[in-house]
Design a protein around this ligand. Structure first.
Ligand code: FES
Ligand code: FE2
Length: 425
């Protein structure tokens, strides 16, 4: 009896360990529910820059979209349907069908390798060209287009017609440029439909494995989130509990400033810079932040616990590499502007394969704890259009420079926003 119960205890423990180790932590996620109350009851926000800066935005994780799978997203004032063709490529198109407005991303089906079929009446669009096609041969469908001369009042035109023929020919849907880099799918969104003027930066993280991800909704302007990394002063207040963190913000002269006191760290940062900055054309679209974390024991002995190098890449993505004596981790932050003051924020954790799963879950928790201190502030603050800087302090100069740098992503964004359909859903 006693032996049996020992066996039972051991089996139960084994199951428990299995559950904890593999089931719970293998790909660990923390997903916050969208708090409609928080989102809808908006505070005054102050005067803000336009809501949707131009750039590459995260669409999804690669693993979330299998061949033949169709999804839709509301992103930066656009409704986008996206899918993975049977040719394994990801395609993104404007969600609404030019025939009668059905949402292709809801119930649409992948056809002819790269096409999506509308769930309403079967019109099929090629994700590459945007053309409406008739068959496997992708020959374009020719249609006649009619419309109301005056939709809002429904009055006749001079010919006495309530509805008039406006065109005949091929019909097309808008397509978006998509790139898949290291397990994340990005879409290019530009207010003036300009071609990408910077590339999605690929992080050399092959030696790290995807381990965990969190999703949070934040009620603020998109800029307030990445701005946080350049805001050195706030580390002393908001994140003081983390460790003794010393941030350094570097401008484009950063290579000269790489004089970290710890040689191993210097070496590591140099290696990261080499990865990111081999393409000199990319430099204007990247921003760099260095953080050192110290642990002080007995109020006396100071140890370098972590050193972190963050790359802000365009308006919505940050890659933060953290190295310590025993592990390395890449925190990837991606922001998806859902609407004007609603940001969906992802933190994705990549770390060494040899670390136990629970440890990567712990890392996500540790990072999220810090993020939530910021979230509390972001949710309740206004955007401060006017900043009162003390330019004698390096930290205020840094913030000013950062804002200057970020403004490059707003070209045409104000006009785009004005033209958006007021009817949001
Ligand atoms: S609405 Fe798409 S085919 Fe009719
Ligand atoms: Fe912060």
């Amino acid at each position: 009896m006693a032996i049996l119960s020992l066996e039972m205890v051991l089996t139960l423990t084994a199951f428990l360990l299995y559950y904890l180790y593999y089931k719970k932590f293998k790909f660990f996620t923390i997903v916050e529910k969208l708090d409609e109350k928080n989102i809808k009851n908006k505070l005054p926000r102050g005067k803000c820059p336009p809501s949707y800066p131009n750039g590459w935005y995260r669409l999804c994780r690669s693993g979330e979209l299998q061949p033949g799978e169709v999804k839709e997203i509301k992103l930066c004032g656009r409704h986008i349907a996206y899918y993975r063709g049977t040719d394994k490529q990801v395609y993104a198109v404007a969600a609404y069908c030019p025939h009668m407005g059905a949402n292709l991303g809801i119930g649409g089906q992948v056809k002819f390798r790269s096409c999506i079929e509308c769930p309403f009446h079967g019109w099929t669009f090629d994700g590459k060209s945007g053309l409406c096609v008739n068959s496997e041969q992708l020959e374009p469908k020719i249609v006649t287009t009619y419309c109301y001369p005056d939709i809002e009042r429904v009055t006749k035109n001079q010919k006495g017609e309530y509805i008039q023929k406006i065109a005949e020919g091929e019909v097309k849907i808008k397509t978006y440029l998509v790139k898949e880099v290291k397990g994340i799918v990005y879409v290019w969104l530009h207010s003036k439909e300009a071609k990408p003027w910077y590339d999605v930066v690929s992080e050399e993280s092959d030696h790290l494995t995807l381990r965990a991800e969190s999703i949070n909704y934040v009620n603020c302007h998109i800029q307030e989130i990445p701005e946080n990394g350049a805001d050195m002063r706030h580390f002393d207040y908001i994140h003081a509990s983390a460790m003794d963190i010393i941030p350094h913000w570097l401008d484009s002269d950063f290579l000269k400033e790489m004089t970290h006191p710890v040689p191993r760290c210097r070496q590591y940062q140099k290696q990261l810079f080499d990865q990111y900055f081999t393409n000199k054309e990319l430099i204007p679209y990247l921003n760099v932040l260095l953080l050192d974390g110290y642990v002080i024991l007995f109020n006396r002995f100071k140890f370098h616990a972590i050193w972190a190098t963050g790359f802000q890449m365009g308006p919505s993505t940050v890659a933060l590499y953290v190295k310590s004596a025993i592990f390395e981790v890449l925190f990837k932050q991606s922001i998806q502007p859902v609407e004007k003051f609603t940001q969906k924020v992802y933190h994705t954790v990549f770390t060494n394969g040899y670390l136990p799963y629970w440890f990567s879950a712990y890392l996500l928790h540790a990072e999220l704890r810090q993020v939530l201190f910021d979230v509390k502030l972001w949710n309740a603050k206004i955007f401060s259009e006017i900043l009162r800087y003390n330019l004698k302090t390096y930290s205020d100069q840094a913030l000013l420079q950062w804002r200057q740098w970020y403004s490059q992503f707003y070209d045409g964004a104000a006009e785009f926003e004005k033209g958006l359909d007021k009817l949001e859903w």
